[in-house]
Design a protein. Structure first.
Lengths: 113, 110
């Protein structure tokens, strides 16, 4: 069974540019989550999709971040325009609809210079 | 707001030297407490979920326990391959998001 897959694994962009991160969840998982870890801090929740609907986006830092989940399958997280403080590792996770057990991808390391 | 505090931040062990990691938490209502293992450059890997005080779960050399205020991850006779960062997270009642602690980095020397 394929796990959660994230693209790209690394991205280096300049301040003010746009970056789009992609997550392919485990097939059949309705729940999809985005988290991020900034340097020296703990992993923090960003948002939660149930199928294509945003269930909880209370962790999104500001309106420069836009998440979508087309057709309830893969998800994208766009940062526009990127700022230095957006640097960190962005994790995607997925789970079955009623299961609390989430499986994580390997993460995308974003560096804004 | 849910809070998770892990201690110690780092732990260096000799192979075979058993030890315990602590996770203290405050949450309005606990749906579940999770332990994950994270290796460098990889995402968190699920280890255990504990749901109620008194519950214990084991996997190889790892054993997790839960009280109303904290959880312990006991590592018995660790091997170098047990070296990793161990993350604790809580999930509140009627919620699906995880609130993570900062983790404990365990290094096991041969």
């Amino acid at each position: 069974e394929a796990g959660v897959t994230q693209f790209p694994s690394h991205s280096v962009i300049e301040k003010g540019q746009t970056v789009t991160l992609r997550c392919d969840p485990i097939s059949g998982h309705d729940n999809l989550y985005w988290y991020r870890r900034v340097m020296g801090k703990e992993i923090k929740f960003l948002l939660h999709f149930v199928k294509e609907s945003k269930q909880d986006e209370s962790g999104m830092p500001n309106n420069r971040f836009l998440a979508e989940r087309t057709g309830g399958t893969y998800s994208t997280l766009k940062v526009q325009p990127a700022e230095l403080e957006d640097s960190g590792v962005y994790f995607c996770a997925s789970s079955y609809q009623t299961s609390p057990k989430a499986f994580f991808g390997q993460g995308t390391r974003l560096t804004v210079v | 707001e849910d809070q998770v505090t892990q201690s110690p931040e780092a732990l260096r062990l000799q192979e075979g030297e058993s030890s315990s990691l602590n996770c203290s938490y405050t949450v309005s209502g606990l749906r579940g407490l999770f332990w994950y293992r994270q290796d460098p450059g990889k995402g968190p890997e699920f280890l255990f979920t504990l749901y109620s005080a008194g519950e214990e779960k084991e996997k190889e050399r790892l054993k997790a326990t839960l009280t109303k205020k904290e959880s312990f991850l006991h590592i018995t006779a660790p091997k170098p391959e047990d070296s990793a960062t161990y993350l604790c997270a809580v999930q509140a009642t009627n919620d699906y998001k995880l609130s993570f602690g900062a983790g404990t980095t365990v290094t096991v020397r041969a």
